[in-house]
Design a protein around this ligand. Structure first.
Ligand code: FE2
Ligand code: FE2
Length: 358
């Protein structure tokens, strides 16, 4: 079984990037000889938040995060089979932002599968996205693994079709944190019905990877780190032996194990969110297994953004986070405890890793 770390991968790819971390995820899937699935890699870029300032101007820092990810992804050799973009390509869902984001992404050499984020959706309810990017949810098979992409950032009709002064007011209401006027995300009944039918065609031994934008677990409602019908979606995935959910939106390292399902977040290319205080204050808050992420250094614009690659062996993901100017983080499945754990910091005495600037 092949296990790559970043240094090995860059060495084997013949790429030398001095002092630089790649702000996208490279995923190594090695599903084992007992299943027909073959080994392959794919990359993951997420949460670019391209923001239009007017005229030809966009927020430089968010542009730079995505441009850097694309440029460095293009250096990889051998090439990953494909990439995902994990949602929030735009900041306020405008045509200018989506077009500009897609223009940057068009420089990426390889197929990209897109996931819808709430920042892409709530201006026009995904109308332009469907035209420019494609369907809001879909599935495909690749080398023995079944991939499902969900639009997990829908919400209730009574909120969507409130008497908003303008569609931008709706977009801004959904974009804010701690907004008493917000509404929790859902996958929704229609899509859950579709998922049920889609999964009915899949053998229970086939590894399933689900990509959503919001976490398919309930973490912190005030910031919409939350999907209201997460339990109903996970129930559909329960019969499968090997399930991994990969999500964006939270801009930070998170991991959890719910039954047979491992859940992992990917980093943003734009900015990090801090951990809500409730993670430590509320006894039963999820994800109980996550160790806090390093806080961002405001003097280093790429700090606490980053990339990760995943090594999937025996059906469990070992996730390798690479944080620019900071120590690597590895979240690996611990067979003894039956859950993913941070290999360096899971011990409570070492829960807050120190900053390590060069
Ligand atoms: Fe985001
Ligand atoms: Fe988001």
């Amino acid at each position: 079984m092949m296990r790559l770390n970043r240094r090995d991968f860059l060495k084997s790819s013949g790429v030398a990037i001095l002092g630089s971390a790649l702000p996208f995820g490279l995923v190594k899937v090695a599903s084992g000889a007992k299943t027909p699935a073959q080994d392959f890699t794919f990359g993951y870029i997420s949460d670019a938040h391209i923001q239009h300032l007017g005229g030809p101007n966009f927020v430089r820092n968010w542009d730079r995060g995505l441009i850097r990810a694309v440029q460095e992804a293009n250096l990889l050799s051998p090439r990953p089979d494909f990439f995902f973009f994990g949602g929030d390509l735009a900041q306020l869902g405008t045509k200018e932002e989506i077009d500009h984001g897609l223009e940057i992404m068009s420089k990426l050499q390889g197929k990209v599968h897109y996931v819808m984020g709430e920042h892409d959706y709530y201006l026009d309810l995904g109308e332009y996205w469907e035209k420019a990017v494609g369907p809001h949810y879909y599935s495909f098979d690749h080398k023995g693994v079944h991939f499902v992409v969900l639009n997990s950032i829908l919400t209730y009709d009574k909120w969507i079709f409130r008497n908003w002064p303008t569609p931008m007011d709706r977009m801004l209401a959904m974009a804010r944190l701690d907004n008493p006027d917000g509404s929790p995300f859902i996958v929704g009944e229609k899509q859950r019905d579709w998922l049920k039918k889609d999964l009915a065609k899949v053998d229970k031994n086939v590894p399933v990877i689900v990509c959503s934008h919001s976490p398919l677990q309930k973490i912190f409602k005030g910031w919409n780190f939350w999907t209201d019908d997460a339990e109903q979606v996970l129930a559909l995935l329960k019969p499968f032996k090997k399930v991994t959910v990969i999500y964006g939106h939270v801009h930070q390292i998170q991991y959890n194990q719910i039954g047979n399902i491992s859940l992992h977040a990917v980093m943003a290319t734009a900015w990090p969110w801090p951990y809500p205080k409730t993670y430590t204050q509320v006894k039963n808050a999820l994800p109980v297994l996550t160790v806090p992420m390093n806080r961002a250094d405001p003097f280093f614009e790429r700090d606490a953004t980053g990339w990760q690659f995943m090594d999937w062996k025996t059906g469990h993901v070992d996730m390798h986070y690479q944080l620019p100017n900071n120590k690597d983080r590895v979240v690996a499945y611990n067979r003894k405890t039956g859950r993913p754990e941070d290999t360096r910091y899971q011990d409570s005495k070492k829960r807050i890793p120190p900053q390590n600037h060069f």
